[in-house]
Design a protein around this ligand. Structure first.
Ligand SMILES: [Zn+2]
Ligand SMILES: [Zn+2]
Length: 630
């Protein structure tokens, strides 16, 4: 394919960067992005139809939906007639309201007249002009025609030697005829002859002699392709290259921490869409570009974290944790060192979750939570969103939250950069010392002092969905200090243990525990299964296969939350025991604009591959925090 004549104004190397940057295209999976009954943008990549068409002013494509994966070829094929999907109704809404859509072309698009220079390149604003039915391989299919909102301008995708086009409206208008059978009008799309395009009509997709056209013979009617569809306006609703986020020059708390502030940006120098990777600001990832952009941070003082309905005093704090209905979680409460300590035991699990709820005295301690929260805003701790290794999307994918590691490297999923403790911000060192003290307070049998701090930073709406914290080589105790806005932490049983069967239909061999579905029957079956395993391996294997059906196990739905904790500023959560991570998972939803979570673990250095071991010494905790002031 020839090279394009110009460079696109905005483009991306990866899907996440594209979707985080463009307000009009947030579709991570599908080729069309529609919201609230209106179409916003379409992406046309490899998944095209042979009759799709693209020139400088006009794009013709099939509508999205109605395809499924062919078992033998693995290709997406039409499994039946395409229906009037909501996407089609949305496009019709756009036509009625004169709303243009943006079209994006993927690098594997076969109909683009040139080779797009990047994985995803934004073409321009287009008017959707026609929606009609055709037939392909015996199935009904819906097609769209789009016309450039401002023809001839910035058609970067046209090669430089592209022949002079027939102008829009230069030919006669397309032929429109009324069908004898259904009395409805249809346009002539192909020069092979006029056909009724009403999908329910007897004469649908039939030429004058009553035969269906051979698909490989079909040729577009130039009068249809070059039709000029006037709209009362041809102005862009917004620039296709989004402008940089700007904020008030007044020092307003939180304006640089909003949901939109951790979205991506389109580089004003080179047009690349970039996710926001660094806590401090945006960086363009183009080779040799080097553009960076920052917003002024206004300190969020710890005093502003007050909840007007739950003011903190010097007495033990009010607990707002909730145990789910029918949950296997049992509560025991203790009060010590100004913390209210909620111990949550879980039936069948050796271990507990302790929630240490801070009061005013805890938070105001010198170098305590209030000071740490401000220290983390004034001193960079090098937080970055971390690359996800098993990306399902094209290009680089990043975690939602910003993260950094200190001490022994954390080498698990989305493991971030690691730094030594020596030069770390004061809050990092103080955290380790404070959590060592808290860990020994609630779990005196904790075998090792913590040698690692994983710091997470959250902007507005940076939820971390359900996951567990159990990894090979980690100690049984994980302690987290919360700083900043309150977050909800929800805990539930993992689906495979809850149902006793995987989505793929495999029996869950783990010991069933209280709170799971069909507990009594599964427990009895499990004991019998273990006896069989010792006695007769062949019979055991047969039983494994038969059990899901025998017990009537299904993998639909998820377990309800067994526990919901409200993690306030200064609170500590300690999860003790490996069983919790094995059977349960948790989710964190910040309820404000700025939050830090500082998690301490013990990472066994011998569990790290030689290449993963740190080049620096991981020094022991020398701060010696002892809770003496509490
Ligand atoms: Zn008809
Ligand atoms: Zn750039």
């Amino acid at each position: 394919k020839p090279a394009p004549s110009k460079t696109p104004l905005v483009w991306a190397d990866g899907r996440q960067a594209l979707c985080e940057t463009l307000p009009y295209y947030r579709a991570y999976q599908s080729g069309g992005y529609c919201t609230d009954g209106l179409a916003r943008a379409f992406m046309f990549d490899s998944n095209s139809h042979p009759r799709d068409y693209m020139d400088q002013n006009v794009v013709v494509s099939r509508a999205g939906g109605g395809k499924s994966k062919d078992e033998t070829s693995g290709q997406m094929v039409m499994a039946g007639d395409q229906k009037q999907t909501t996407q089609v109704l949305d496009v019709l809404n756009n036509i009625a309201q004169c709303n243009p859509v943006v079209i994006i072309v993927g690098e594997n698009n076969p109909t683009c007249p040139s080779q797009p220079p990047h994985a995803y390149c934004v073409m321009d604003w287009f008017k959707p002009t026609h929606v009609w039915f055709e037939k392909t391989k015996g199935h009904k299919m819906i097609r769209y025609r789009f016309e450039k909102l401002r023809p001839y301008e910035n058609c970067w995708w046209v090669p430089s030697n592209w022949p002079e086009p027939i102008g829009l409206g230069d030919l006669e208008p397309p032929v429109s005829k009324q069908c004898n059978a259904c009395s409805k009008d249809s346009l002539q799309v192909y020069i092979n002859g006029w056909m009724c395009l009403q999908p329910t009509c007897l004469r649908f997709w039939k030429l004058a002699d009553g035969s269906e056209p051979r698909e490989e013979d079909l040729l577009y009617d130039p009068r249809f392709l070059t039709a000029n569809t006037p709209w009362p306006h041809c102005s862009e609703p917004s620039p296709i290259r989004p402008e940089l986020l700007t904020i008030s020059t007044l020092p307003i708390q939180g304006q640089n921490l909003s949901f939109e502030a951790w979205k991506g940006f389109a580089c004003p120098q080179c047009g690349r869409c970039n996710s926001r990777e660094a806590w401090e600001g945006w960086e363009c990832g183009s080779d040799g570009c080097g553009f960076t952009y920052r917003l002024e941070h206004t300190l969020v003082p710890a005093t502003s974290l007050r909840d007007p309905y739950f003011p903190l005093g010097t007495g033990y704090a009010f607990s707002r944790d909730l145990i789910g209905k029918g949950s296997p979680v049992k509560l025991r409460v203790e009060f010590a060192h100004n913390y209210r300590i909620n111990y949550f035991g879980i039936a069948g699990i050796d271990g507990f979750i302790a929630h240490l709820i801070a009061n005013k005295t805890v938070n105001e301690e010198p170098n305590g939570p209030n000071d740490m929260f401000e220290d983390l805003q004034l001193n960079s701790i090098k937080l970055r969103r971390s690359p996800l290794p098993t990306a399902q999307l094209k290009g680089q994918s990043l975690t939602n939250h910003f993260v950094v590691n200190y001490g022994m490297p954390y080498k698990f999923i989305a493991g971030p950069q690691s730094h030594p403790f020596e030069h770390a911000a004061r809050a990092i060192k103080t955290t380790r010392s404070r959590l060592n003290w808290a860990g020994r307070l609630v779990a005196p049998d904790m075998p090792h002092a913590f040698n690692e701090v994983l710091a997470l930073g959250y902007f507005e709406d940076q939820t971390i969905s359900y996951h567990d914290d159990g990894e090979f080589g980690l100690g049984p105790t994980i302690a987290t200090l919360s700083l900043g806005c309150t977050a909800k932490m929800k805990v539930r049983m993992k689906a495979n243990h809850y149902h006793g069967v995987s989505k793929g239909g495999n029996y869950d061999r783990a010991q069933p525990i209280a709170g799971c579905q069909n507990y009594e029957a599964r427990k009895a079956a499990h004991d019998a299964l273990m006896a069989l395993k010792a006695a007769d391996l062949a019979a055991y294997k047969a039983k494994l296969k038969a059990l899901p059906k025998e017990l009537g196990l299904t993998a639909t739905g998820t377990a309800r939350d067994a526990l919901e904790m409200k993690l306030g500023h200064g609170d500590v959560v300690i999860m003790h025991g490996t069983g919790i991570q094995e059977y349960y998972e948790h989710r964190v939803e910040p309820m404000g604009k700025l939050r830090f979570a500082l998690t301490c673990r013990y990472i066994d250095p011998d569990s790290l591959k030689p290449a993963d071991r740190p080049a620096y010494a991981v020094l022991p905790d020398e701060e010696g925090y002892d809770g003496g002031l509490l």
